[in-house]
Ligand binder design. Structure first.
Ligand SMILES: Cc1ncc(COP(=O)(O)O)c(C=O)c1O
Length: 399
């Protein structure tokens, strides 16, 4: 079936975090390119599955479908060429909960936790809100591409060890939000050896795995499971993939029995074992009938990305798009504008009236960046860019 991603759907007054929450913060005359969901209608088979549930009209307590784990296994094999055992798959309502769960279960207050920065806020929160210490592994931007700095990481780990700080865990975002890097096998191998050498557990958040630029391959962190044996948890989800994050549904893939049992105990303690009725009801459709939607959305997203990159290059060359390999985010360097982060925010919100995510939410060193969510219709994206251009011409070029 052919999908129409050009359709503009008014999402205001639907309790939308992207529109209603941001309207409340910035005003309803602002266009929003911040919160990471897409403005597209979900695939038809998913909508049909939901409608079937609504039609019944009874929304009782819900259990996971019998074939839940098999569906995830088939998906992992078909999409990422990873053969996994059904019993490794454990349901978690959200990845953000899974991250907190792992931190609470496997680390202690005061422990060090490695995070590659810049980093998605929930990854930072899982460390800081649980009183653990963030051991930063700062990504290095070199010739327009981010890379990990394993030498710096090992130095930071050694340094903390000398100070008596025990580091127990690494959180990895693969593909990486916000930079759009898709880590390759060589990089994953280096991660595996760092985790082995320093006795770290590894949790990989793979929620963006299905958004790839043409020709780019996703390598799941499960590829390094033999090296890591008992220390790996991979979190993934089809909620971003098919734009249903509001249904709350994710998987934890845990090869090691002992780790898995401990996670299950936490799930039980937190009372998180029942899925949302819509989450359970759409699984079969999502995992088996929607690949065509995904293929088409990836093409549309890449066209949006190229459109944005060309537009900025032509009209606002001081906003530099960092080439990305995946995700539906554009990570944009703004330092050439030569204005303070505060003025940058005012420029976007108060003048252009376009909300984007400001770089400081991703860590200490990225104040001069913004993240733009391009998963919207081309028309909406163009209109937002035009608003920015008008104020750019006035305030930047008029300097
Ligand atoms: C890297 C990353 N992990 C997790 C999430 C949220 O996942 P969930 O809705 O399952 O908590 C997001 C959403 O933006 C994300 O970007």
């Amino acid at each position: 079936m052919e999908y129409n991603f050009d359709e503009i759907i008014d999402r205001r007054h639907t309790n939308s975090a992207k529109f209603d929450e941001m309207d409340a913060l910035f005003g309803s005359d602002v266009m929003h390119l911040g919160v990471a969901d897409m403005d597209y209608r979900s695939p038809e088979p998913i909508l049909n599955a939901m409608q079937k549930i609504v039609k019944k009209g009874v929304f009782g307590y819900t259990i996971l479908p019998d074939n839940y784990q098999d569906l995830v296994c088939q998906w992992m094999l078909r999409r990422y060429h990873e053969k996994i055992d059904p019993e490794w798959v454990v349901f978690s309502p959200r990845i953000n909960m899974a991250l907190n769960m792992v931190v609470e279960t496997f680390t202690n207050p005061g422990d060090g936790i490695v995070l590659h920065t810049p980093a998605y806020t929930a990854l930072q929160n899982a460390i800081e809100k649980y009183d653990r210490k963030m051991i930063e592994s700062s990504l290095v931007l070199e010739n327009g591409r981010y890379r990990m700095d394993f030498k710096q990481l090992r130095e930071a780990l050694d340094d903390n060890l000398k100070k008596g700080i025990h580091t127990s865990l690494m959180l990895l975002c693969n593909p990486h939000n916000p930079t759009g890097r898709v880590w390759n096998k060589g990089e994953l191998d280096e991660i595996a050896s760092s985790c082995k050498d320093y006795n770290l557990m590894l949790v990989a958040d793979e929620i963006h795995a299905d958004f790839l630029k043409k020709g780019k391959e996703f390598v799941s962190t499960l590829k390094i499971r033999t090296e890591l044996k008992e220390r790996l948890i991979v979190c993934n989800s089809i909620t971003k993939t098919f734009n249903v994050p509001g249904v709350i549904l994710s998987n934890m893939i845990i090869p090691d029995t002992r780790i898995r049992e401990k996670v299950k105990e936490t799930i039980d303690r937190w009372g998180l074992h029942n899925p949302n009725i819509f989450a359970a009801g759409i699984m079969e459709a999502a995992y088996t009938e929607c690949d065509d939607w995904l293929e088409q959305v990836n093409i549309y997203l890449e066209e949006n990305y190229n459109f944005l990159a060309k537009y900025l290059q032509k009209h606002m060359p001081e906003l530099e798009v960092i080439p990305s390999e995946g995700t539906y985010m554009a990570w944009i360097k703004t330092s050439k504008l030569g204005i303070s982060p505060k003025a940058l925010e005012q420029f976007f919100i108060e003048k252009a009236k376009v909300s984007v995510y400001m770089g400081d939410r991703y860590g200490k060193h990225t104040e001069e960046f913004i993240r733009v969510n391009i998963a919207t219709s081309r028309e909406y994206l163009e209109k937002a860019l035009h608003r920015v251009k008008v104020h750019y011409d006035e305030s930047v070029q008029g300097r």
